[in-house]
Write a protein that binds this ligand. Structure first.
Ligand code: PEP
Ligand code: MG
Length: 345
C-alpha cells in the first residue's frame, strides 16, 4: 500500500506502478525518462518536414480528434489535417440533443482552427451500447450488429437533418469533408446522400449560406463494404478505413472484450486482404483512401500500410511524430515487397 510522500516509478506504457523502487530500478526508469525526452526532441525537430519515404513517396499524416479543443494538440504534433473528427461528444453524456447552431459553431471552430487544412467530419456514430438523449434505444442482444452508426441516423431523420445542415453551413469556412460511419451497402450510401441533398435544398430555399459541393466519403469498417468497394467508390469521393471495427467484424472478435485481446489481430491476412481490396478500388477510381483506425498510428503496421499503397494515415495526434520519423526512414519499394510477402502463404 502506498503512503503519502513515498517514491513510485510509473510505467504508463505497461500500466505498472512500482512502489519504493530499489536503486537499480530507479536508475533504469530515470534512463528511460531521459531517452524518451531525447526521442521527443529529435521528433519535434521534424515537425515542419513532410512524411516522405527515402524513395520519395509522400504520405499525409492527419489527426483523429473527438472535440474542437483537440485542434491545438493536432497542430502541435504536425497534423496536416483532421482525418477523423468524431462528433459523438456533442450527443452523449447530456440531457438534450445539440441544436443546429451549436453544431455549426463546433464544426466551424475546427475548420477555422485548422486554417484551411482538410477536416473530415464524421456523422454521429453511436449505437445500442451508447445512449443518446431523446432517442429511445431498444435493448439489443448484439449492439455491435444492431442499430448503430449510419443505420441509427437514417432512422432518426430529424437528428440526421440537423447534423447535415450544420456541416453544410460550417463548410463555408475551411476545407470540410463529410463522412458516414458503418456503411454496409450501396443503398446505405444512397439513402445518406438523399438526406444530404434534401438538407442542402432546404438551406438553399431558406437562403442560408452553405456549401453543398463538399467531398463526401464513407468509412470502410464492415467487411461487406470492403468486398463491395468497387461499387461503393462510384458513389463517393473518398474512403477511410476504420480498422478498429473492420478487425472486429472480420475476425468476429469484440473490440472491447479484454478476454479476446489476443485474438484481435489487426494484421491478420484476412484483414489485410480487405484493406487491399478497398485500396485497389479507390486507386483505380483515382480517389483518396486513408486509414483512420488505431492501426494507422501503430509503428508495427505502418510499413505494411505503406506497402499496401496507403498514402494517408490519420491517428491520435501524439503518434504523428513517431510515425513521421519512421516513414522518413522507410523505402516504399521495400515496404511493397514486405506487403507482397505478407500475402504469400
Ligand atoms: C474505426 O472503427 O476504426 C474507427 C476509426 O471508428 P471508431 O473507432 O470511432 O469506431
Ligand atoms: Mg468504427
Amino acid at each position: 500500500e502506498a503512503t503519502a510522500g513515498e517514491l513510485a516509478a510509473v510505467d504508463g506504457e505497461r500500466g505498472e506502478v512500482i512502489l519504493a523502487p530499489d536503486p537499480a530500478t530507479l536508475a533504469e526508469y530515470q534512463a528511460r525518462v531521459a531517452r524518451e525526452r531525447q526521442e521527443r526532441e529529435r521528433r519535434a525537430a521534424l515537425r515542419e518536414l513532410p512524411a516522405v519515404t527515402t524513395d520519395g513517396a509522400r504520405v499525409e499524416l492527419f489527426a483523429n480528434i473527438g472535440a474542437p479543443g483537440e485542434v491545438q494538440r493536432a497542430l502541435a504534433n504536425g497534423a496536416e489535417g483532421i482525418g477523423l473528427f468524431r462528433t459523438e461528444f456533442l450527443f452523449i453524456e447530456r440531457a438534450e440533443l445539440p441544436g443546429e447552431e451549436e453544431q455549426v459553431a463546433a464544426y466551424r471552430a475546427v475548420a477555422e482552427g485548422m486554417s484551411g487544412r482538410p477536416v473530415v467530419i464524421r456523422t454521429l456514430d453511436v449505437g445500442g451500447d451508447k445512449p443518446v438523449p431523446g432517442i429511445a434505444a431498444e435493448p439489443e442482444l448484439n449492439p455491435f450488429l444492431g442499430v448503430r452508426g449510419l443505420r441509427l441516423t437514417l432512422r432518426h431523420p430529424a437528428l440526421f437533418r440537423t447534423q447535415l445542415r450544420a456541416v453544410l453551413r460550417a463548410a463555408t469556412v475551411g476545407d470540410i469533408w463529410l463522412m458516414f460511419p458503418m456503411v454496409t451497402t450501396v443503398a446505405d450510401v444512397r439513402a445518406a446522400r438523399a438526406a444530404l441533398d434534401a438538407a442542402a435544398a432546404e438551406l438553399r430555399a431558406e437562403r442560408i449560406a452553405h456549401r453543398a459541393a463538399l467531398p463526401l466519403g464513407i468509412m470502410i469498417e464492415v467487411p461487406a463494404a470492403a468486398l463491395a468497394a468497387e461499387r461503393l467508390i462510384r458513389e463517393v469521393d473518398f474512403f477511410s478505413l476504420g480498422t478498429n471495427d473492420l478487425v472486429q467484424y472480420t475476425l468476429a472478435v469484440d473490440r472491447t472484450n479484454a478476454d479476446l485481446a489476443a485474438a484481435y489481430s489487426p494484421l491478420d491476412p484476412a484483414v489485410l486482404r480487405l484493406i487491399e481490396l478497398a485500396v485497389a478500388a479507390a486507386g483505380s477510381a483515382g480517389k483518396p483512401v486513408a486509414v483512420c483506425g488505431e492501426l494507422a498510428g501503430d509503428p508495427a503496421a505502418i510499413p505494411l500500410l505503406i506497402g499496401l499503397g496507403l498514402r494517408e494515415l490519420s491517428m491520435t495526434a501524439a503518434r504523428i511524430p513517431e510515425a513521421k520519423e519512421l516513414i522518413r526512414g522507410l523505402s516504399a519499394r521495400d515496404a511493397a515487397e514486405t506487403a507482397r510477402r505478407a500475402f504469400t502463404p
